[in-house]
Design a protein around this ligand. Structure first.
Ligand SMILES: [Mn+2]
Length: 371
């Protein structure tokens, strides 16, 4: 109980800073991670409406989404809020960003009696690599406020104010408690949106803490839980997701000694692939994505798998990827490694083999040292 009370005090501090940023700003941009998921969209849309409500609509707000939404997030966005309740801009290239920020700087000069600043808030994002083109802009302009629930967040050093706390299971929980603390009301659907963000990030409460339920209790007084669940698309998988899953299976490499660890590579939908691996019963999985300038390796270890596996997986990654890799970014059991060089597709199988090889070696060593 004391823990919860302490968090509420921290949220109060956050709400004061948030309010002061809003008061100083003519325009607020809320920035989320690339291929924004439900939690990212839910928390940023709700925040944007808090900005408008708090300022009596004198401060404008929109959400910037690098490279667009994930498929589930897009259908929820369309069903629940849409452009009117939550203006979004998809950022596809650098020019796009410069144009947006410059244009608004000019427009804000004509506004009277309100703050003049353009403020940048980042939500649900753990590193520059998740921001694509917006990353460079944020490094040069600085982040006014960062709100996130990932354990390791490398954006803190660019942020004037930050609230990064991994005792929350979703950014939507943090925003819900912030919304409660601020005490301004927004449209009902924005409370539903936060419920969906929490439902998505906690995998329907299979990972959750006291603050999750604290947030849900508050949100339920504005949006009926059943109503929110009805807004959740009972989706067939999208075609690109299905194709990515089959490609991932086709390219699968497997370790089955002691633990079951699956490795593969795809061009997108890494998190869907990892979910399926874990659902099938893998203890851990990793998926490489050979991008244009970077190769990303996303990993996940199932809840309840022994800590030993987590330790060995990270040792194996460090050994197989060498000096050129940045990571782990995100959580210990779910996150990403970034290799700052380009791999050809044909080199991916050997990269995966190398990681599994190191894993095997370290597991064997570990077993010897224990046995
Ligand atoms: Mn999240």
């Amino acid at each position: 109980m004391r823990e919860v009370e302490r968090k509420k005090i921290e949220i109060k501090g956050l709400s004061e800073k948030f309010e002061s940023i809003v008061k100083q700003s003519a325009q607020v941009y809320i920035i989320v991670h690339r291929h924004a998921d439900v939690d990212a969209i839910a928390s940023s849309c709700h925040l944007c409406n808090l900005v408008t409500s708090l300022s009596g609509a004198t401060t404008r707000c929109s959400v910037l989404v690098p490279e667009g939404f994930s498929s589930t997030a897009l259908s929820i966005y369309d069903i629940v809020v849409g452009k009117v309740l939550c203006p979004t801009v998809i950022v596809r290239n650098r020019d796009n960003v410069e144009h947006l920020l410059n244009q608004d700087n000019v427009q804000t000069e004509s506004l009277q009696g309100v703050g003049k600043r353009v403020s940048l808030l980042v939500v649900d994002t753990a590193s520059l690599s998740h921001l694509s083109h917006l990353g460079e802009v944020l490094v040069s302009k600085g982040i006014d406020m960062l709100i996130d629930h990932h354990a390791r967040n490398s954006l803190i050093k660019y942020s004037k104010h930050y609230f990064v706390d991994d005792s929350f299971y979703s950014s939507s929980e943090i925003v819900a408690l912030l919304s409660k603390e601020l005490g301004v009301e927004v449209k009902e659907r924005l409370y539903c949106m936060l419920q969906l963000g929490i439902i998505a990030d906690t995998s329907r409460f299979s990972r959750a803490g006291p603050l999750t339920f604290e947030a849900m209790a508050y949100l339920s007084s504005y949006c009926d839980y059943d109503a929110a669940m009805d807004m959740m698309p009972r989706s067939r998988r999208s075609r690109p997701e299905t194709i990515a899953l089959f490609k991932a299976l086709q390219r699968l490499q497997l370790h089955t000694n002691q633990f079951i660890v699956a490795g593969t590579f795809v061009g997108s939908e890494e998190s869907a692939v990892l979910s399926v691996f874990l659902q099938l019963g893998a203890d851990a999985g990793f998926v490489a994505n050979p991008g244009k300038n970077y190769t990303r390796i996303t990993y996940r270890v199932r809840d309840g798998a022994p800590e030993e596996l987590v330790v060995v997986l990270h040792k194996a990654m460090a050994r197989a990827l060498g000096q050129s890799a940045e990571g782990p970014l995100g959580h210990n059991r779910a996150g990403v490694y970034l290799i700052k060089r380009r791999f050809a597709k044909r080199d991916m199988p050997s990269l995966i083999k190398r990681i599994l090889g190191s894993l095997e070696k370290y597991l064997a060593e570990h077993e010897e040292s224990v046995g």
